[in-house]
Structures are given as structure tokens and as C-alpha cells.
Design a protein around this ligand. Structure first.
Ligand SMILES: O=P(O)(O)OC[C@H]1O[C@H](O[C@H]2O[C@H](CO)[C@@H](O)[C@H](O)[C@H]2O)[C@H](O)[C@@H](O)[C@@H]1O
Length: 191
């Protein structure tokens, strides 16, 4: 199980430019030849895949709320494409709505950026003047006041908006371990 930002790629100012090196890609590819390998990230699953570009991996995006198995089958993942878990689909419309509100609100704060991670949102303040951080936090909280089913957590120079459900990266790990155990022992019930 691997994180992406700050693990497979360096932390950079622009989240859209957090590419991984070819050397790192080769290392992950090598690991995946021997072990089922998953990337577990706060980012949107498609975005992580666009950076990593390895079809033989499991990907858990949106802080574990969007899990999918490999699209390329290899010997230790015979039924891997059956793995799919999205426990927060009902939140998609509300996340979209809050994305629009936050994007509009952040326009007045130079350097602020809202990233749509499908089932979650990230409000980045790495490029915001420190004197503005408190105001930014207040603005984000003010928007969320109208959405009691969403919660706010803090990462590295980022505020993360998530559905308030009992599901996180830890649950994603357990889900994948269980799925893999079932695949490896040939008793998969997932479809
Ligand atoms: O839970 P993670 O997988 O660690 O995701 C947390 C956030 O990671 C990304 O942001 C971080 O990396 C960016 C690129 O290096 C950096 O600019 C930012 O300041 C960091 O917080 C990602 O862009 C976010 O959506 C994730 O929430």
C-alpha cells in the first residue's frame, strides 16, 4: 500500500504538476510484479492513475472512497477487475455543489485553489500568503455550515472536505486485504 503525494512524488506547489519520475514508476512496476500493489490517496482516482500510469495496480482515490482493481490482469490478480467499492456515491451532487461554491469564494484569495477529488474536495493554501490563512479557513467553514453531512480535515497546506461517513483510508486497506485474501484463496464473492 503506497501513498502518492510526498511518497511516490515530491511535494510541489502546483498539485497538477506532482508527476512521478520514470525511475519511481519502474520501482513500483517491479514491486507489482511480485505483490498485489495499491496506491491509496486523497486525490481523485483518475488523477492518480494519470500520474502513475500503471494498469496492474489497485487504486483507492478520494481518501479510500473510490477503489478499483487493476485493468491489466497478471498472474496473482486473476479476478482483480471485480474489485470495486464506492461507499459515498450519494454525496456526488453535494460535492459538486460545494465545489462550485468554494471555487467562487476562493477567487478573492490570491494563490488559493480548489481541487475536485470526486468524492472529496481539497482547498489548497500552499501558495497563499500566511496572513490570509485564517480568513481562508473561516471562508471554507462558512460554506460548510450549510452542509452538516460534510466534514473538514487538514492536510499539508490543504483543507479537505469529505463526506461524514465511517470510511477512510484504513477502511480501504481492510477492504482490499479482504478482497485480496478472497481472490488468493479462490473464494471471491465480489462482483
Ligand atoms: O492523502 P494524500 O494522498 O496524502 O493526499 C493529500 C493531498 O495530496 C495532494 O496535495 C499535497 O500535494 C500537493 C502536490 O505536491 C501539494 O501542492 C499540496 O500542498 C499537498 O497538500 C493533493 O493535491 C490533495 O488533493 C490531497 O488532498
Amino acid at each position: 500500500f503506497l501513498d502518492y503525494d510526498g511518497t511516490l512524488s515530491p511535494i510541489v506547489q502546483d498539485p497538477d504538476r506532482a508527476v512521478m519520475t520514470e525511475e519511481m514508476r519502474d520501482a513500483v512496476r517491479g514491486v507489482a510484479q511480485h505483490f498485489p500493489t495499491a496506491i491509496v490517496s486523497g486525490r481523485c482516482r483518475d488523477k492518480v492513475f494519470s500520474f502513475v500510469k500503471l494498469e496492474e495496480l489497485y487504486y483507492a482515490g478520494s481518501h479510500g472512497m473510490d477503489i478499483k482493481g487493476p485493468t491489466k490482469v497478471s498472474n496473482h490478480k486473476a479476478k482483480a477487475d471485480e474489485v470495486l467499492c464506492q461507499p459515498a456515491t450519494e454525496f456526488l451532487p453535494v460535492i459538486q455543489e460545494v465545489h462550485e461554491k468554494l471555487t467562487a469564494k476562493m477567487e478573492s484569495i490570491p494563490g488559493a485553489m480548489v481541487e475536485n477529488n470526486k468524492f472529496c474536495l481539497s482547498v489548497h493554501f500552499r501558495c497563499v500568503e500566511e496572513a490570509e490563512w485564517d480568513a481562508l479557513g473561516r471562508d471554507v467553514k462558512a460554506v460548510l455550515d450549510d452542509y452538516p453531512k460534510l466534514c473538514l480535515t487538514k492536510g499539508r497546506k490543504v483543507l479537505e472536505v469529505r463526506p461524514s461517513i465511517e470510511w477512510n483510508k484504513g477502511h480501504a486497506l481492510k477492504f482490499l486485504l479482504k478482497s485480496l485474501g478472497e481472490f488468493l484463496h479462490g473464494t471471491s464473492q465480489l462482483s
